[in-house]
Design a binder for this molecule. Structure first.
Ligand SMILES: Cc1ncc(COP(=O)(O)O)c(C=O)c1O
Length: 389
């Protein structure tokens, strides 16, 4: 019987053990046993599907991977210890010395650091493309371009890339297209449908959704995942079975949680509309978003992140953060608890003013990761903090 991906996210489960447990078991083990030497030889020769060592594979980790493949509509996957190890592993598995990466310039800070600071060690070249000028991207492609890398929506600018257009561009030039789907999750968009070859996540964010564990995953074409797997099983960024168990349980409620995050984000946007202390509000499903039409085409809803620009710049930003009574001041996002952050004075403070503006960060930009509290309480806390700016 074929069932909906949301059902698969609930029902995919490691085969029940002799204990007849209802909830999924946790295989917290580093290695696996063999009945005899021949079975062990065959496992190492990949003539059977036996697990060998949890750096290679583990049933609990595989359960999380299988659920994510079902949700993203992907053929195969490999799970990693964090979002950054998913990104770094993907770069290292596919990019050789002399290869060129075309990346959107608005990418997560640590991704930006890998590209700009470390790529030169391995003679990997890159070009940054402006997310707001898609017409300039094709001219940046070289004969050595091996991979196109984007986030959509971006962190923290909430810019959107047209995945249908990008899928066609990458196919035309025979380039691997990688999409960081962390902000939208497969509930809101499925990049594989638009031609992404690999889709990756920081599972630390919405997939866990409760701020407990670090994790990452890459899903996509079986041939590419096989290559990634061979690289990672030797280099060691594998996801811990314990974290995989937590993440697999989280996926049972992913759709329900994301729908409520979107409800609360929409209510917040409505409450902040036209507020005298704000220059603007940004939300992918708000008609004022410059890429609203693209968001409507490729996303089912706008997601749980809302940004706004405070009049009064950096000082107003810090005052707003200090005035919050309930929202958490922490650098994570995608939690059941609402979180506020002020990129200009924290995560992006090392960038110059013009560099901040280039990636969409204004001095008064506040990013809200809208949680699952009663929406009226989230709104009241933000409104009272705005009064004090
Ligand atoms: C879009 C995006 N990608 C990747 C990462 C890195 O993930 P992790 O912190 O799990 O390594 C983050 C973290 O915030 C992120 O926001």
């Amino acid at each position: 019987m074929s069932v909906h991906p949301n059902t698969q996210a609930v029902r995919i489960q490691t085969e029940r053990t002799n204990e007849k447990e209802h909830s999924t078991p946790l295989f917290l083990t580093s290695s696996f046993c063999f009945n005899d030497a021949e079975e062990m030889r065959a496992a190492f020769a990949e003539e059977n599907d036996n697990n060998i060592y949890s750096r290679f594979s583990n049933p609990t980790v595989q359960e999380f991977i299988d659920k994510m493949c079902a949700l993203e509509g992907a053929e195969a996957g490999f799970a990693t210890a964090s979002g950054m190890s998913a990104i770094f592993g993907t770069f290292m598995a596919f990019l050789n010395s002399g290869d060129h990466l075309l990346s959107c310039s608005s990418v997560f800070g640590s991704t930006h650091t890998i590209i700009t600071k470390y790529f030169k060690r391995w003679n990997i070249e890159y070009s940054y493309a402006d997310i707001r000028k898609p017409e300039t991207w094709e001219a940046l492609i070289r004969s050595s371009t091996k991979m196109i890398y984007v986030e959509t929506p971006t962190n923290p600018g909430l810019d959107i890339v047209d995945m249908e257009w990008l899928g066609q561009l990458s196919k035309k030039h025979n380039i691997i297209l990688v999409v960081d789907n962390c902000f939208a999750t497969p509930v809101l968009q499925k990049p594989v449908q638009y031609g992404a070859d690999l889709v990756l996540h920081s599972a630390t964010k919405w997939l866990d959704g409760q701020g407990r564990v670090l994790g990452g995953i890459v899903v996509g074409k079986e041939k590419l995942i096989r290559e990634l797997y061979l690289f990672c099983r030797n280099t060691g960024p594998s996801l811990s079975p314990f974290n995989a168990w937590v993440l697999s349980k989280s996926l049972e409620t992913l759709d329900v949680r994301i729908q409520r995050h979107c409800d609360n984000a929409e209510a917040l946007v409505q409450a902040l509309e036209g507020h005298p202390k704000l220059n603007w509000i940004r939300y992918p499903f708000h008609p004022s978003h410059p890429m609203y039409a693209i968001a409507q085409k490729q996303m089912t809803r706008g997601g749980g992140l809302v940004t706004f620009d405070l009049k009064g710049g950096v000082e107003s930003g810090k005052k707003f953060m200090d005035a919050l009574k309930m929202l958490s001041l922490t650098s994570n996002l995608g939690d059941s608890r609402s979180i506020a952050s002020h990129p200009a004075s924290t995560t992006h403070s090392k960038l110059t003013g013009p560099e901040q503006l280039e990636v969409g960060i204004t001095p008064g930009l506040i990013r809200i990761s809208v949680g699952l509290e009663y929406s009226g309480d989230i709104i009241n806390d933000i409104l009272q903090a705005l009064e004090q700016c």
